[in-house]
Design a protein around this ligand. Structure first.
Ligand SMILES: Nc1ncnc2c1ncn2[C@@H]1O[C@H](COP(=O)(O)OP(=O)(O)OP(=O)(O)O)[C@@H](O)[C@H]1O
Length: 482
């Protein structure tokens, strides 16, 4: 944390904010934001000020949070400030820690010999899970897909309340009849009232979301030559190695959003633009188009669903359920389930555990945009989830299995899982007051340097992957990984 004397932060130049809040320290930063701990001058309440430097993230976060206010497991948005030509600043309830820290501390307790076998007591584990499920259920009931669920985005208050946060990538999914309005009024100055409307998205944000959207990637795809493909790959590798130790943007591979790893130059000069090899970056700017298609460039790799890894632009709420399965597995074992070092490695790890993705396991999967382009050798004997979830009960394994289904339609919903018998069996979920709530946030890059190096030695998709074959097929080329 930085000292409160750091007056160089741009937030100090915002009289509207300084007038109401005393900024105490910067507590974190993300791909598009800086977050400060601050004191509300009127009553001394400690809050978090989230200054968001990206228009679309700000729009999405405010829109989703406004709809979800009132749900106990969603972070509270007290108010927000947004003037034309300035970054949005959200005033959020201050949350002391997060689930990533709970996992890290439980692991430390286990390795210190304080607890043996498994790090988190079952009653605690159940209480964390129930809270995550309740928060996600609130999102999904409102047709909001979070798109970046991971332990560090599950914040925890002093009293053990867990709340979903970081809605900068969230989208509201609408039915086919929904027509997005382009007529949002454009006032120059916004300071929301302390009472944020609880049911309707704000209609007073500057500009419209659709105005920043890009075209549909599938319409842009043209096959490229093999030579061109390898030239592009070399460029990307060079770019990756230059960025390899840039901890500002790439602190912890599995904790780095695809969005976070895209540099400005990537966005402006995407070498895959117009090619059929665009599984990592889509059409330049990772934005959704105005016609209901979504970007596949969302979420954090370790928690990213297979349909996203295969470039889907028509996915649903179920991508969050896959992430949830990975989070539950990590809570159970205190280790990430699929810590891929690159997208191809991510897929390899999933297939090695669950078996190949086939028409049998998910009818229709061969229609995924990149399915014919990226292929893997047949896994004769998948490891199986049981082997990854050692020391876990059959009920626990069953919950993870119900989430980590290839076919999104088969994934259990948050509501269904809340009714799972696991939560009503002994040992029962402990009350909030009995949860071990860490006193600080660990910050994964500082907390697990060994892990950081393990997972960050390379971010190139082609390193560590082993041999690959490029062959021509009906759609252009196919890349096969052994
Ligand atoms: N309400 C809050 N209370 C305390 N800390 C917070 C709060 N909201 C966010 N933070 C912290 O600030 C940092 C950045 O927040 P956040 O992840 O929301 O930003 P982001 O730019 O959307 O990040 P990402 O790169 O993960 O998408 C994180 O360390 C997070 O824990």
């Amino acid at each position: 944390m930085e000292p409160s004397s750091a007056k160089s932060w741009s937030i100090h130049s915002r009289p509207d904010i300084i007038h109401k809040y005393e900024i105490l320290e910067r507590v974190g930063s993300g791909a598009y934001s800086d977050v400060y701990r601050a004191r509300r001058l009127s009553d001394g309440v400690i809050v978090a000020l989230k200054e968001i430097h990206d228009y679309q993230s700000a729009f999405r976060e405010i829109e989703a949070l406004q709809i979800l206010q009132g749900s106990p497991n969603i972070v509270v948005l007290h108010e927000y400030f947004w003037r034309e030509d300035e970054d949005a600043v959200l005033v959020l309830e201050f949350m002391r820690t997060d689930l990533a820290t709970v996992i890290a501390e439980a692991k430390k307790r286990g390795s210190d010999g304080v607890e043996s076998g498994r790090g988190l007591a079952v009653g605690e584990l159940k209480r964390w899970m129930i809270q995550i499920l309740s928060g996600l259920d609130a999102c999904h009931r409102n047709m909001i897909v979070h798109r970046d669920l991971k332990p560090s985005n599950l914040l925890i208050s002093d009293d053990g309340m867990l709340k979903l946060a970081d809605f900068g990538q969230a989208r509201i999914l609408m039915g086919p009849d929904y027509v997005e309005s382009n007529e949002i009024s454009q006032p120059c100055e916004i300071n929301s009232s302390d009472q944020v409307p609880s049911s309707q998205p704000s209609a007073v944000l500057p500009g419209t979301e659709s105005s920043v959207r890009e075209g549909n990637r599938t319409e842009e795809q043209e096959p490229i030559s093999k030579e061109e493909y390898f030239r592009v790959l070399d460029e990307l590798k060079a770019k990756n190695s230059a960025n390899e130790f840039d901890k500002e943007t790439c602190t912890y591979d599995g904790d780095t959003s695809c969005l976070a790893t895209c540099t400005t130059s990537d966005l402006e000069d995407d070498p895959f633009k117009g090619s059929s090899y665009s599984y990592e970056m889509e059409g330049g700017v990772p934005a959704d188009d105005g016609h209901g298609s979504l970007t596949s460039c969302v979420g954090t790799r370790w928690f990213r669903a297979p349909e996203l890894l295969y470039g889907s632009t028509s996915y649903g709420l179920e991508i969050d359920l896959w992430s949830l399965g990975c989070i539950f597995a990590e809570l159970l074992t205190l280790e990430p389930l699929f810590p891929g070092t690159a997208d191809i490695d991510q897929m390899s790890r999933i297939f090695a555990t669950l078996g190949n993705l086939t028409e049998e396991s998910w009818p229709g999967c061969s229609e995924l945009p990149d399915f014919q382009i990226i292929s893997f050798n047949t896994i004769e004997k998948p490891i199986g989830l049981e082997a990854c979830l050692t020391n876990c009960s059959s009920d626990e394994i069953s919950i993870v299995k119900r989430l980590l289904c290839y076919n999104p339609a088969n994934r259990a919903t948050a509501m269904e899982l809340l009714q799972d018998k696991y939560f009503t069996k002994e040992p029962l979920p402990v009350p909030l007051s009995e949860l071990h709530v860490p006193s600080t946030k660990s910050g994964q890059d500082e907390d697990s340097p060994a892990g950081w190096y393990d997972y960050n030695e390379s971010d190139s998709d082609m390193d560590e992957i082993g041999p690959m074959n490029v062959t021509t097929n009906a759609t252009g080329y196919s890349i096969q990984f052994d």
